[in-house]
Design a binder for this molecule. Structure first.
Ligand code: SAH
Ligand code: SF4
Ligand code: F3S
Length: 445
């Protein structure tokens, strides 16, 4: 009987996709997936350190394994991802959790096979965190679990050094994959029946800026959208400092590209944006939104916002509120600023008191939710195209999303996963839509 693996993932889509690659490595070694952690022979934690609570989560869950490891000493516990890459964190993890068998970094998860074999051979703890970024590894076949969606990396790392953010420290400098490798991967995925491709990078717009290719992000997007077959194309994350009109032009050219741009604004105050080293102003951001919506009136924008950054006054916060209203975001991820050791902002004076941060996040969440709800109501009576992703057994309904990421639920006698469904919306409930099928198109995998 083959050995079993269980992977616990924290953090962003990039990490979720990296876990698919880790699963690919484990399967290549002969491991099989188990849905039940208790029956695993190896448990891998793929961690995140973007905010303190992401770290606390991982700490709690790793700590809870002490007992399991005692009962089953043969169990291998491996911890990797962004957190182990953080300065000084490996030491903390080593001391706090002596039962961890393997520690690897976000910059060398590709070494996992070798590290497991070493652990089995040497019977002692293996700690191998790579300090600097290496060559891009292309030969790992991810084990994808998100059909009909597929994630595809276009860049790794980040050069932007926003003053609050730890990513450039733990993920290294920005590196771009070769365009031919990306195009080949998407061609294969489309041929295999994947219906939604999401291109991933911390700042997709700066694709190629490491000098490894002449191809710009807009040209790459054009090449990928020209691949034949019915599929949706998404990309994230766009950085407002680099979001250029040529990208909008390619969106206009190809209907396959979803009319949804994730364009994190972070703050509506130019003063705070400067302190954050975002390298755009409130006015420039709003100008970009105007250009996008003039060229593509149906386009929607989603965003990320941080409240309670050092020095943020009530006036600055109200500017964020007014920007949120003006742009009328389809949705927004909202965060309370979390100081990260080693970043510039962690050293800044004028910390915002926790009670003020809490008050601002509550007001902002309320505002964002009211905009999202209002947008839901506009869907009533309309017919939208949903890509069916899953069956929700609790609700007894199929679930999918429209091109703007809005969730739609419906009943069906047949399995619809992987099909595009035209749904007439009969009910809008907060952020979810409910409807009846008018017709389906596109065959399943
Ligand atoms: N590369 C992307 C996303 C990076 S992380 C970008 O530039 O937008 C995702 C989001 O986490 C960020 O957009 C930001 O809103 C939030 N974030 C990052 N560091 C944070 C911190 N220290 N405290 C609170 N939120 C943070
Ligand atoms: Fe962090 Fe800024 Fe890079 Fe995004 S662009 S990953 S927020 S440093
Ligand atoms: Fe992602 Fe968290 Fe790392 S957001 S890049 S997993 S720090």
């Amino acid at each position: 009987m083959s050995e079993k693996y269980f992977i616990v993932t924290y953090g962003c889509q990039m990490n979720v996709h990296e876990s698919e690659k880790i699963a690919g490595i484990l399967r290549r070694m002969g491991y099989e997936e188990t849905p039940n952690m208790e029956t695993a022979d190896i448990i891998v934690f793929n961690t995140c350190c973007i905010r303190e609570n992401a770290e606390n989560h991982a700490f709690g869950n790793i700590g809870a394994l002490k007992k399991m490891k005692k009962q089953n000493p043969a169990l291998i516990i491996a911890v990797g991802g962004c957190m182990t890459q953080e300065q000084g964190k490996t030491e903390v993890l080593k001391k706090k959790f002596p039962f961890i068998d393997i520690m690897f970094g976000a910059l060398n998860f590709e070494d996992l096979e070798f590290l497991i074999l070493r652990k089995k051979r040497e019977k002692k703890r293996v700690i191998a965190i790579r300090e600097t970024e290496g060559e891009i590894v292309e030969n790992i076949e991810p084990y994808r679990t998100s059909y009909p969606n597929a994630w595809v990396n276009i860049t790794y790392g980040c050069n932007n050094f926003c003053t609050y953010c730890i990513v450039p420290y733990v993920r290294g400098r920005e590196r771009s994959r070769k365009p031919e490798n990306i195009v080949a991967e998407v061609e294969k995925l489309v041929a295999e029946g994947y219906k939604e491709i999401t291109l991933l990078g911390q700042n997709v717009n700066s694709y190629g800026s490491d000098g490894s290719t002449e191809v710009t992000f807009a040209q790459l997007l054009d090449k990928i959208a020209s691949i034949e077959g019915k599929f949706r194309l998404r990309f994230m994350t766009s950085h407002p400092k680099d979001f250029t009109e040529d990208v909008v032009a390619v969106m206009e050219k190809h209907r396959k590209i979803c009319r949804l741009v994730h364009l994190p604004v972070q703050s509506g105050s130019s003063k705070i944006l400067k302190e954050m080293n975002r390298r755009y102003t409130r006015e420039k951001y709003l100008e970009e939104i105007r250009t996008l919506k003039t060229r593509l009136p149906e386009a929607e924008v989603t965003t990320d916002i941080i409240v309670g950054f050092p020095g943020e006054t009530e006036e600055d916060y109200l500017q964020t509120e007014s920007l949120v209203r003006e742009v009328d975001f389809a949705s927004a991820f909202t965060f309370v600023y979390s100081p990260r050791k080693g970043t510039k902002a962690a050293e800044m004076p004028n910390a915002v008191p926790e009670s003020v941060q809490k008050d601002r996040i509550m007001r902002l969440v309320e505002l964002v939710n009211s905009l999202t709800r209002a947008k839901s109501e506009k869907y009533l009576g309309k017919t939208v195209e949903i890509l069916c992703e899953d069956y929700d057994s609790k609700k007894g309904l199929y679930m999918g999303r429209d091109e703007f990421g809005r969730m739609g639920y419906f009943t069906s006698e047949e399995n619809r996963i992987g099909q595009f469904v035209s749904l007439k919306i009969t009910k809008a409930n907060g952020i979810s839509l409910f409807g009846e099928i008018e017709n389906t198109h596109g065959e399943r995998k």
